[in-house]
Design a protein around this ligand. Structure first.
Ligand SMILES: [Zn+2]
Length: 170
């Protein structure tokens, strides 16, 4: 099961210390020391039980990362400073601070929505909020730094998390 994503340098260290099994190496990324070059690990397997990421109560930032900083109502990319977290079912109507009720929202949609439900405010959700797995969060965090080889490995080793349907945006 894919658990997380970290840098190839850390992966190399784990393989150098024989703490993991390397399943794939990059063909075009090498690590160099003054005397030697080493292929960079692309996919590794760690034979230990990994504690699962606990995503019980999300932080604001975690909601933005899950949603790739895209407003759930208008589809606009929002910058950190004017991103807000919206309660889909408003707090005043019993909506809770939980993954399934929180979405990233730009400030103008947030103003339109206020304390209303999306229907009352005439807004439509572009994607359904969900509780992400730790690996989905890792994919979102690393998305901008993935190269082609990494994306290919992601398709092979983590097909179910590769571009989750919730990512499909207008
Ligand atoms: Zn918006």
């Amino acid at each position: 099961m894919p658990i997380t994503i970290f840098s190839h340098k850390k992966a190399f260290l784990l393989s150098y210390l024989e703490r993991c099994e390397v399943l794939e190496y990059y063909t075009n990324v090498v690590l160099t020391s003054p005397r030697k070059e080493f292929p960079a690990p692309l996919v590794i397997r760690i034979p230990v039980l990994v504690r699962h990421w606990n995503s019980a109560s999300p932080t604001r930032r975690a909601v933005f990362i899950r949603d790739n900083f895209v407003c759930a109502y208008c589809g606009k990319l929002v910058k950190d400073h004017n991103a807000t977290v919206d309660h889909v079912v408003p707090k005043s109507k019993g909506g809770k601070w939980e993954w399934e009720n929180l979405v990233t929202c730009c400030s103008s949609c947030n103003q339109k929505k206020g304390g209303k439900t999306p229907e009352e405010a005439g807004l439509k959700l572009l994607y359904k909020p969900y509780k992400p797995t730790g690996f989905q969060m890792a994919v979102s965090r690393w998305k901008t730094r993935m190269n082609d080889e990494f994306l290919k490995a992601l398709e092979i080793y983590a097909p179910s998390t590769f571009l989750p349907s919730n990512w499909v945006l207008p």
